[in-house]
Design a binder for this molecule. Structure first.
Ligand code: ADP
Ligand code: MG
Length: 237
């Protein structure tokens, strides 16, 4: 197994607050990790630091065997999808996705066509973002991120602003796309069911660290500590 992500002793402090506290973990290539944890526990900070949008106070990040701790976001080949789709409003669906492909150079036309098909929006390719539903917009954001051919995709509560039906639909699309592309992914969510569905493993983040990273089954059968039991309650039955 090739290690895609290796985080060693990662610490992040904002003034007096320690948000990441000597955090260490590893992920294999193609692995899918869901992260849950209390609000304000540092989940988004961890993703931003992995993506290179923020610097850690201490520690190292090794991606695909390469130490990227001091390397900028553009050179990390990581895709990011946020809660808000953040599409370019003046570009069509097709242009938004092609933009992602162009960032990486190469033959963008075929890639864009395939991604449009994969997110089932071929018919909407000439529409602008404000003509799409929230779920459709989020699908375009995902396709745009995938168009850059990232080694790693980070998703920070990407479905949080969508209604329950759309969430269901999107889980299906995203899971399928991630599996087809065998991308290493981290999916942050506050929905326990979604965490189980989107990840091979679930990591519970609290007090600057993972309290446990394991399959839903293992967390249920052998929770690492009382906090894990309390956090999940009956949700993992
Ligand atoms: P989560 O995504 O788990 O809700 P965040 O990573 O957004 O948590 O935030 C973790 C903590 O770090 C919070 O207390 C937040 O206020 C603080 N924090 C996040 N970003 C900054 C920043 N740029 N400056 C100061 N404090 C920050
Ligand atoms: Mg967050």
């Amino acid at each position: 197994m090739t290690i895609a992500i290796e985080v060693n002793q990662l610490t992040k402090k904002f003034r007096t607050e320690t948000v990441l506290n000597q955090l260490s973990f590893k992920m294999n290539e193609g692995e899918k990790l869901s992260i849950v944890g209390p609000s304000g526990s540092g989940k988004s900070t961890l993703l931003r630091i992995l993506a290179g949008l923020e610097n850690p106070s201490h520690g190292s990040i090794i991606l695909g065997g390469k130490n990227v701790t001091t390397i900028g976001a553009r050179k990390r080949n990581i895709g990011l999808v946020f809660q808000q789709p953040l599409l370019f409003p003046h570009m069509t669906v097709e242009e938004n996705i092609a933009y992602g492909a162009k960032v990486m150079g190469g033959h963008s036309k075929e890639k864009t066509t395939n991604l449009l098909e994969a997110i089932n929006l071929t018919k909407a390719k000439s529409q602008f973002p404000n003509e799409l539903s929230g779920g459709q917009q989020q699908r375009v954001a995902l396709a745009r991120a995938l168009a850059t051919e990232p080694d790693i995709l980070l998703l920070d509560e990407p479905f949080s602003s969508l209604d329950p039906n759309l969430r269901q639909e999107l889980r299906y699309w995203v899971r399928k796309l991630l599996t087809n592309h065998s991308i290493t992914s981290i999916f942050v969510t506050h929905d326990h069911e979604e965490a189980m569905l989107m990840g091979d493993k679930i990591g519970l983040f609290h007090e600057g660290k993972f309290q446990q990273i394991a399959s839903a089954y293992d967390i249920h059968n052998s929770p690492a500590n009382p906090f894990v039991v309390k956090f999940f309650g009956n949700h993992l039955l």
